[in-house]
Design a protein around this ligand. Structure first.
Ligand code: UDP
Length: 244
């Protein structure tokens, strides 16, 4: 079921259903883009039409985080649960190991993607890692990176270049790459590689993971300033103006 929030069409399905859909994408063999939509991205998309265009051209858009789930409730289009980038990546990797899907990790500082891949293989010994590459390549190196990914023939491509650059990058290159499933995963490789600790489970359960991240990575506070603006935008649109 598609749900409209501030002009973005979001898939109102849970994690299990999301993974099922992705399995269909892999089977089809055609390129698909998945976006895990967070409030920062959706807020920016209100002012940058290109960002909204990319969301609405994606094949699957998940509610990434408690802010989007809350906003969908306020808009009276509730979604079953949050489906964050890292959780979806981990669920897909688990499925990939069982199905024999090949995964490619692109992004993060040199060494991190390889380290994250190593950690994933330790957890899922059957996992087929088609390749890894860091995310600090110059524009003139891009053709080489594209060739490397194409040559590796992955089924799933995880891109950690930070939002919204990763989404724009995938959209610009997905036909060239021909990878069945590509998705942006932000700082997930740093977490998987153990470079940035994930918030403790009790904070995640209280839906306060963002608070944990803020404490561990204080540079985030600037970006989080957008959250109250996003909340106000949602309240204005759906409570005060009561439009759909
Ligand atoms: N990154 C990258 N190339 C760049 C800029 C960033 O590979 O030119 C990586 C960075 O190392 C980090 C990720 O992109 O691993 C972005 O993480 P962040 O937590 O800032 O992204 P978010 O989760 O907010 O999308």
């Amino acid at each position: 079921m598609k749900v409209n929030l501030l002009g973005a069409s979001i898939d109102g399905i849970d994690m299990q259903e999301t993974v099922k859909r992705v399995a269909g994408f892999v089977k089809s063999g055609k390129p698909h883009l998945i976006i895990t939509l967070n409030p920062e991205y959706l807020f920016r998309a209100q002012f940058q039409p290109r960002l909204m265009e990319v969301v609405n051209r994606a094949d699957l858009v998940t509610p990434d985080g408690v802010g989007i789930v809350w906003a969908c409730e306020v808009a009276k289009h509730p979604v079953p649960e949050r489906v964050t980038g890292i959780d979806l990546m981990l669920s897909l990797v688990e499925r990939a190991a069982r199905e024999g899907w090949r995964v490619f990790l692109l992004g993060s500082a040199p060494g991190v993607a390889a380290e994250a891949a190593q950690k994933l293989i330790e957890k899922h010994p059957g996992l087929q890692v088609a390749g890894t590459h860091h995310g600090y390549f110059a524009p003139e190196e891009e053709p080489e990176v594209l060739e490397k990914i194409k040559g590796a023939r992955p089924d799933l491509l995880f891109v950690a270049l930070g939002a919204p650059r990763q989404e724009l990058w995938i959209e610009a290159n997905r036909q060239t790459l021909g990878v069945p499933v590509a998705m942006g995963v932000g700082g997930s490789f740093d977490v998987i590689a153990g470079r940035v600790p994930r918030a403790p489970l009790w904070l995640q359960r209280l839906k306060l993971e963002w608070l944990g991240r803020l404490i561990k990575e204080p540079r985030r506070w600037r970006r989080m300033l957008v959250l109250p603006k996003f909340a106000w935008m949602v309240i204005k649109r759906y409570k005060l103006l009561k439009s759909t």
